[in-house]
Design a protein around this ligand. Structure first.
Ligand code: ADP
Length: 450
């Protein structure tokens, strides 16, 4: 299947990922069109683009989430492709459909795949059918009959978790420890889901008490080649938000990862997946359980780039042009180990956002150190958007070496004028559980509580 090629890409995003995508485009000789909200007028993603268009005021719903404004900007600039990055409209199936209907190329999977994966019940059903291991629990909506609901929860075994089919961002979930709490938890989650996601459908699954978060990166072209590009461990989380990520997931046998990777590839083939994607799993007592698929480039794609030597965003753009992948599975090799720290403008203890003007900005360097950022001395961290100001990424021949480099880099980095979580990261990389690796998703919050 051949697709319309493109020479101009509109980047429907801001911050570090807008710059990351621009760099990938430039490397391929593609023209870039930036869009920006009024307060982002002087941002580097605007300055460095070939063309830039203002799409509205500060509030994201009036600018970066304004679908009509983005489509108009594409038409005005002559862009034939739109890269949504992550966040904002990246997993919005309606937007993807509008992009396709306008005859433009979305740098991402077909809208149908975004829609399928946006419904967690349908996604789970599709994954089971493809042989991807899922969390115990039915891939169907809940029975209306209260007795049948209780039978179902008992059959799964308490504790269970009620989850919204349309949920995302760690919202629309409720833990249920026993039968007495079931009916109310289901009703509350349904109501919450209806209000937050416009879809009250919920489902039940086994609650895993001490899982790790392990994910598999995939890449598929339009010519039948689908690859899995290794694993990442993103278990260091606070309130379901990832704080530190690493690749590969430590302590998991290569054969286990390969078997899971192959099942992800098979699932991609069955659902007609194209482009970059991530299968997220909870891993408990060496067993993998699929929880969701992200149909976009992720914040933490960088650690996979460091260990694979591949430019994932360039590959994503290249497959979107219809180019066949030259790589085959045996070409994908993991070299060494990588970490990523998300540096946020926030108080290191209260986690309150800390917008404001950056007056001092010193970045670390040296072998194996990479920084993805849109910040600089004199720049202002806006209160309107995500608080992430930089990603510090390090690579080493071994996990121990990477951790060593990470410690040195964190100690070297200086940000003045605003609060950041640098201090938290400096403590974390010296914490015995983090040094050992293989911790569960509650590790960070347990450590913070202590
Ligand atoms: P979202 O799309 O909102 O991120 P996920 O399905 O990815 O939702 O789940 C987010 C987080 O919720 C997981 O990383 C995990 O911490 C927790 N979680 C989800 N399902 C389960 C489960 N079955 N058992 C235990 N924790 C779960």
């Amino acid at each position: 299947m051949s697709r319309p090629a493109f020479d101009t890409v509109l980047i429907a995003n801001r911050g570090e990922i807008a710059l990351r995508i621009q760099r990938a485009c430039r490397g391929l000789g593609l023209r870039t069109v930036a869009v920006f909200s009024e307060p982002d007028r002087d941002a580097p993603h605007v300055r460095l683009a070939d063309q830039a268009l203002c799409i509205g005021p500060a509030a994201a719903r009036d600018s970066y989430l304004d679908q009509a404004a983005l489509l108009f900007a594409a038409e005005l600039s002559g862009a034939q492709a739109i890269h949504p990055g992550y966040g904002f409209l990246a997993e919005n199936a309606d937007f993807a459909e509008r992009v396709e209907a306008a005859g433009l190329t979305l740098i991402g999977p077909p809208s149908a795949a975004i829609r399928l994966m946006g419904d967690k019940i349908a996604a789970k059903r599709a994954m089971r059918a493809a042989g991807v291991p899922c969390v115990p629990g039915p891939d169907a909506a809940l029975p209306d009959d209260p007795a049948a609901l209780h039978d179902l929860a008992r059959a799964i075994g308490y504790p269970v978790i009620v989850k919204a089919a349309g949920g995302g961002g760690g919202r629309g979930m409720r833990l249920v420890r026993d039968a007495a709490a079931l009916s109310e938890a289901v009703a509350l989650t349904q109501e919450e889901a209806r209000r937050a996601f416009g879809n009250s459908e919920v489902y039940l699954e086994k609650f895993l008490g001490h899982p790790r978060h392990v994910e598999i990166q995939v890449l598929a072209d339009h010519h039948g080649t689908t690859l899995w590009l290794g694993s990442r461990d993103c278990s260091l989380q606070r309130r379901h938000q990832k704080v530190v990520e690493e690749a590969p997931a430590p302590g998991i046998p290569a054969e286990t990862i390969a078997a899971i990777g192959e099942s992800c590839v098979e699932a991609c083939r069955r659902i007609g997946y194209r482009g970059l994607g991530t299968f997220e799993f909870l891993v408990e007592d060496s067993a993998f359980y699929f929880i969701e698929m992200n149909t976009r480039v992720q914040v933490e794609h960088t650690v996979t780039e460091m260990v694979s030597g591949l430019d994932l965003v360039q590959l994503q753009l290249r497959v979107a042009t219809g180019e066949p992948l030259a790589l085959r599975q045996p070409d994908i090799v993991c070299h060494g180990h990588a970490f990523e720290c998300r540096i946020n403008a926030e108080h290191p203890e209260t986690f309150a956002p800390s917008p404001g003007r950056i007056i001092a900005w010193h970045l670390p360097g040296g072998p194996g150190v990479r920084i993805d950022t849109h910040m600089e001395a004199g720049a202002t961290v806006s209160p309107h958007y995500d608080s992430m100001i930089a990603k510090l990424i390090v690579h080493g021949a071994t996990r121990a070496e990477a951790l060593h480099r990470l410690r040195a880099a964190l100690d070297e980095m200086r940000v003045g004028g605003i609060d950041t979580n640098l201090l938290l990261h400096r403590r974390l990389v010296r914490e015995p559980g983090v040094i050992a690796g293989g911790f569960d998703i509650h590790h960070l919050e347990r450590w913070l509580a202590a």
